[in-house]
Design a protein around this ligand. Structure first.
Ligand code: NAI
Length: 407
């Protein structure tokens, strides 16, 4: 049996994540300071083979309480540092006291490290640690106190942990807007105007907590290993958009996140990339295309290869489908050709912005030469499929076997 520890499990993203792990048969150690809500979540978890889950009522801003976490906690396959808070006041930063800043930093930045320290002895070989940061850690959100700084700090801390513990698989999720209690409270208090937020999102909607739960479930799995030390920005494309025109709200309903996928693999030498999805087809399946043609593009030909793949894809799909392009990770490219890879990545982002209102997604995965296709199948199954319907415009950089010893 696999075991996971999830913080902030009594509400929002953490609650949906706990339900997903429990329904997949994992044993859950659920941490929150809200005893009543946590108990309710534990009672609501699907019973699966008589598995007992552990509620742990802990205030994660209290180091002594965190230090007690290891007592009675089983060996762990994954830790999800999800608990976080936003600043309750709208005071400008310079009017905030050091104590106000410290309150946010204690939960959003200090606690994740303290949880890993407290549970270090319980981690099974190759265990996964996933920190939940925020899009606010990539671009500053004003009048939310130290929220953005705390989340930027968490991204940097994740990278440092990945370097320090290459034996683990350490990643960070940066969600965009998710309709949870946290966001509802911002809307109710007038601090977040949903129409204004959606206008900055190419996919034209906020995410459901279940979409974050799916991402966390993937990142907590052994198949996430090629992504160690990486950030997964799951935000409907908001972080890659520099558009000056507002995006329209989408009119297209999301398909079931656990539904089947109909995969089309394009490009020369497609064989090894195909096998993982052959069995999962269906009439109402989510349509996905994996295009591997850029892997054999000549030096300087990446942007054109991606453009061709996109043109082919758009000719076959009107709406609601995904295109994933594989890009070679070439560290030996001459500097004169270095602009081509960056241009290809930005083409992916630009296409995502243009296609978002049609729920057409595009992402790239950079593949090191020494990585076997089979090692990427779980990642591709997630990125291409319906579980990742909020992921677009991103280039995910994978680490190869040669970098097993470094994060
Ligand atoms: P939420 O407010 O719905 O849930 C947070 C949970 O953390 C609650 O159960 C709360 O009781 C618990 N918690 C708060 N302070 C605690 C403490 N001192 N000790 C123990 N538990 C504590 O939040 P949501 O929306 O589910 O967010 C989860 C994570 O995702 C947070 O880290 C948040 O910053 C991040 N995030 C959320 C986004 C959103 O749009 N909802 C966007 C980007 C990031």
């Amino acid at each position: 049996m696999q075991n996971v520890l999830i913080t902030g499990a009594a509400s929002g993203i953490g609650r949906d994540t706990a339900r997903l792990f429990a329904s997949a048969g994992w044993q859950c150690v659920l941490v929150d300071r809200n005893a009543q809500a946590l108990e309710k979540v534990v009672r609501s978890l699907p019973a699966h083979g008589g598995v007992t889950h552990f509620p742990r009522v802990i205030d994660l801003t209290d180091r002594q309480q965190i230090a007690s976490l290891a007592e009675g906690t089983p060996a762990l396959d994954a830790i999800l540092n999800n608990a976080g808070m936003t600043e309750p006041s709208t005071l400008p930063l310079i009017e905030q006291t050091p104590e106000q800043l410290q309150r946010l930093l204690a939960l959003n930045l200090t606690a994740p490290a303290a949880v890993v320290d407290a549970c270090a002895g319980l981690l099974r070989p190759g265990a996964r640690v996933v920190n939940v940061s925020s899009g606010a850690g990539l671009a500053a959100i004003p009048w939310r106190g130290a929220y953005s700084p705390s989340k930027a700090g968490l991204i940097a801390q994740t990278m440092a942990l990945a370097q320090a513990r290459p034996d683990l698989c350490v990643t960070v999720l940066a969600p965009g807007f998710v309709r949870t209690e946290l966001v509802e409270s911002l809307i109710q208090s007038g601090r977040l105007v949903p129409e204004g937020a959606v206008a900055k999102i190419p996919l034209g909607r906020m995410a459901a907590p279940a979409e974050m739960a799916r991402a966390l479930f993937f990142l907590a799995s052994a198949g996430a290993r090629p992504l160690r030390g990486q950030i997964l920005a799951l935000n409907g494309g908001s972080s890659i958009s520099g558009a000056s025109r507002p995006y329209a709200p989408t009119t297209i309903d999301t398909l079931p996140l656990d539904g089947p996928v109909k995969l089309d693999v394009r490009g020369d030498h497609a064989g090894p990339w195909h096998s993982w999805a052959e069995a999962s087809t269906g009439t109402t399946a989510y349509e996905a295309c994996l295009d591997v043609s850029a892997l054999s593009a000549p030096e300087g030909g990446l942007l054109q290869a991606v453009h061709l793949a996109a043109t082919r894809f758009a000719g076959r799909h009107d709406q609601q489908a995904s295109l994933t392009v594989l890009l070679p990770s070439r560290s030996t490219a001459r500097w004169q050709a270095a602009g081509d890879a960056a241009a290809a990545r930005m083409l992916v982002s630009t296409l995502a912005c243009e296609w978002g209102s049609l729920a057409l997604r595009i992402n790239a995965v950079e593949v090191p030469e020494d990585l076997e296709p089979s090692q990427l199948h779980p990642l591709l199954a997630y990125v291409c499929g319906p579980a990742a319907q909020y992921l677009t415009g991103q280039t995910l950089r994978c680490r190869g076997s040669a970098s097993q010893s470094e994060a």
